[in-house]
Design a protein around this ligand. Sequence first.
Ligand SMILES: [Zn+2]
Length: 318
Amino acid sequence: MVDRPGRLQTRRQILKTAIGGTAGIVLGTPVLSLTAARAQAVSESAGTGTLRLSDDLFVVRIPGEANVVAQIDGKGVLLVDGGSAAGSDALMKAVSSLPAAGPVHTIFNTHWHTGQTGSNERLGRAGAAIIAHENTRLWLTQNITWPWNGQRFARLPKVAQPNKTFYTTGKLDSDVRYGYIPDAAHTDGDLYVHFPKQNVLAVGDAVSGQGWPSVDWWTGGWIGGIVGGLQRLQTLADENTRIVPARGPVLSLTDLKAQYEMYGTIYDRLSQMLNKGRGPTEAVAAAPTKEFDAQMGNPDEFVRRAFESLWAYLSPDA
Ligand SMILES: [Zn+2]
């Protein structure tokens, strides 16, 4: 489902693709320290409970679950992601206790992973709109097995599948905007949801707020897409935008810029190794993330997946 180029893009080419006609917006960004972002991550990493972003917008954080953004409007509640099936009861309880909450009328799936789509079935049965990129719907209609660990995911029943899909962008009557992140930062169906009034951007797993990201190359994600997605999302944010990832604390534009620098550096190193004919094990051994590991944690699985993602991106049959 991904457009795969016939050859590896350089970082500069990814950049050009990501920012389209707005060249120059982020070029020349200074290298920013990750220290501030990481300090915040540490202080909030155990954060659970509800975080209030504005009078009508919240991050609902259930222990062990991904972040869920909830907006209260005149019709009820809009959610961005729905946690796992196991956490769905706790999530719905927390959502129903938000001030002036009504029934959930709309849920966005930022991507197909079970940590985001576990409330689809109950909400679909209740008649909610389930909005996702068309690629996400397609993944949810089939059984998936991850080749790196054998983990299996069963297709969702029809009622739980997204019932309102799109390809590029969309807008709700409430002025909530959403759009595809075509770089394939995490999967090939990533979306963002933008709340312009509250200046909040929900980005799912396209940006990791906590530790190294998982690179799901089996369903289209790749390390170049992480870089491209970080570039693209910067064009939707200003210095006051609150950016809510699926994992970890709320981030800022400064955090996105710092992450962009870091993943760009790692992408360049892995690409060079690929061009020299090296493999994933050699990539891990070469410690291409070494100056970031103290802040980010053990990188081995991330580096392996990221390197494999370059292979997958280049292979038409992957
Ligand atoms: Zn995910």
